[in-house]
Design a protein around this ligand. Structure first.
Ligand SMILES: [Zn+2]
Length: 277
């Protein structure tokens, strides 16, 4: 009898393990930078590759989430399901085009973290672009007045920069600006986190490369996952930790078939036992 019960328990445990892997409540905030036909830098990506990444998440059961719901998630409410939110850092014109294409092709409203000193400079979004994003349902956030590392700025200088830049964006993009900040280069220390707090910003994001499944102890250190080109010799995507491998469907089908066979043989064994009695 134990020979039947033991493998059955094992089979059920492994099925539960596989299921929980697939069903864990997860929020992933993805970060992209330049979107170009010919990516040169490790953080640049082509639009087709970007769309492929998004498709992979969607095909793995992830749904898109709004900033309202991200805030609820961070506060511990409504934490059911698997979600992604797409963001772009730096305010590049190429990100602006990608945001508009993601909307026209897939009805996705993404968000952009802007550096106010760069607005209107070559390669960056203009005031008109921001007004257009603002009135079309996209989301505007802050990436700093300058792109200097927050670790290198004197604390009170960072506070006044952040106050100035958030006021500027909240007036320019009054519908869509949210009190969200992304640390340039993902760099922060105790003084910079304190400066963000003193400036009145409510949420601050790192690129520490983690999903958000547990309640956040510090809303000024919320992790995002930044796209970086995987090394040439690697077949894995940078987001592979959160995506099942390409052959996952066959993999799970195999598990199901083996479970079925295991249970079938167990039942035959039990039936044979009872027939003998
Ligand atoms: Zn940046």
């Amino acid at each position: 009898m134990i020979k039947v019960i033991f493998p059955l328990i094992l089979a059920l445990l492994s099925a539960f393990w596989a299921y929980s892997d697939f069903s864990e409540n997860t929020l992933l905030i993805l970060t992209f930078h330049g979107v170009t036909d010919n990516p040169q830098l490790p953080w640049e990506i082509s639009y087709l590759k970007l769309k492929d990444c998004v498709d992979k998440f969607e095909n793995s059961g992830y749904r898109h989430i709004s900033p309202d719901l991200v805030e609820k998630w961070l506060s511990g409410e409504d934490r059911k399901g698997r979600f992604i939110f797409i963001t772009f850092d730096d305010g590049l014109k190429s990100s602006y085009h990608a945001m508009k294409m993601l909307y026209s092709e897939k009805q996705i409203f993404s968000g952009i973290f802007l550096i106010t000193d760069f607005i209107g400079k070559p390669g960056y979004v203009s005031t008109e672009d921001i007004l257009e994003l603002n009135s079309s349902g996209f989301h505007i956030f802050l990436h700093g007045k300058s792109h200097d590392s927050p670790q290198k700025l004197e604390k009170m200088k960072l506070v006044s920069d952040l106050k100035y830049a958030s006021k500027f964006l909240s007036e320019l993009a009054s519908t869509s600006f949210r009190s969200w900040y992304a640390y340039p280069y993902g760099e922060y220390n105790e003084a910079s986190v304190d400066a963000v707090k003193l400036s009145g910003l409510r949420y601050a994001f790192t690129i520490d490369g983690d999903s958000i499944s547990a309640p956040q102890s510090n809303l000024l250190l919320v992790p995002r996952v930044m796209y970086l080109k995987a090394p040439e010799d690697s077949s894995e995507s940078v987001f592979h930790d959160w995506l099942p491998p390409d052959n996952i469907r066959t993999g799970y089908l195999k598990i199901l078939i083996s479970l079925f066979l295991l249970m079938f043989s167990a039942f035959s064994f039990l039936k044979r036992g009872s027939d003998k009695q």
